[in-house]
Design a protein around this ligand. Sequence first.
Ligand SMILES: Nc1nc2c(c(=O)[nH]1)N[C@H]1C(S)=C(S)[C@@H](COP(=O)(O)O)O[C@H]1N2
Ligand SMILES: [Mo]
Length: 320
Amino acid sequence: MKFRERRWGISESQVTPERLLLSRREFLGRGVGAAGLAAGIGLGAGPAIGAQASGGAALAAEPNPRFRVTDPRTPEAEFTSYNNFYEFGFTKDIVRAAARLKTSPWRIVVDGACDHPFEIDVDDLLKKVALEERICRLRCVEAWSMVVPWVGFPLAELVKMASPKSDAAYLRMETFLDPKMATMQSAPQYPWPYVEGLTIAEATNELAFLAVGAYGRTLEKQNGAPIRLVVPWKYGFKSAKSITRFTFTAKRPVTFWQELGPSEYGFWANVNPEVAHRRWSQARERRVGDDERVPTLMYNGYAEEVAGLYAGLGKEKLFM
Ligand SMILES: Nc1nc2c(c(=O)[nH]1)N[C@H]1C(S)=C(S)[C@@H](COP(=O)(O)O)O[C@H]1N2
Ligand SMILES: [Mo]
């Protein structure tokens, strides 16, 4: 097991797969323009620990006792300062760049194969749902993890409002597209906007959640304000931030990460400690906060709730 130990011994920047993949594309000569690079990476230069961006109004919500992991919560300052949000830069330090995200007004389109397509402002959407608090694990494919008290509502509620048609097998989700606001989006070789997808069965599983807050406050911009997905049994990249469109479709969507690296990132991306990423083990994870290395759990600890969704799908690449 010497090999694995060596792996853990190397510096985090070397194990940051998503970033590596992006920079590899730069080397291929299809890279980000110099201006984009300077803006996206340069802006995030200062130390961001403890930084408080705009937003963060108090947001009361009843704790849902059924979704409360007992692991220690990640300190809020870590959650709000150690981020992946590639629209704003390829480092973890994007707080300042993300301050440019304009979250109000925020229009959401719900369309595609459904009986009740609609368009709504996020504030009006929130009048139609009951908010609750859930404490969930978040496991990034890069082998770090957090435990986050989210505030939001089940994604199933939104699905119900739209009333999908019988041929709608998937829910496709799309993040904003505004290169003036998000500098990295002016790099045309990336498949912006950020796209993610779930099967309807996954989207209506009670664990699939739309978060509008965390730690008792509205979401910070860097965490995907004003509304983001939380799919706790899948690798973090499935939990798309700052969503503007939900589309019901018969066709499986090709996601942002699939498009960039189909041999490393798939549609399903369920957490499984026994299935290594092409370039590193997924057996353990680094808990952001105390930096302890702890074992990764099957479906990130949610096997009981979701394993049944994948019965009979053995031929699919369920764990990448
Ligand atoms: N739109 C968008 N959503 C995104 C990402 C992104 O780059 N853009 N990164 C994903 C990844 S890789 C992770 S691990 C989580 C990180 O969420 P956090 O920064 O709130 O912890 O957001 C996911 N959602
Ligand atoms: Mo991630």
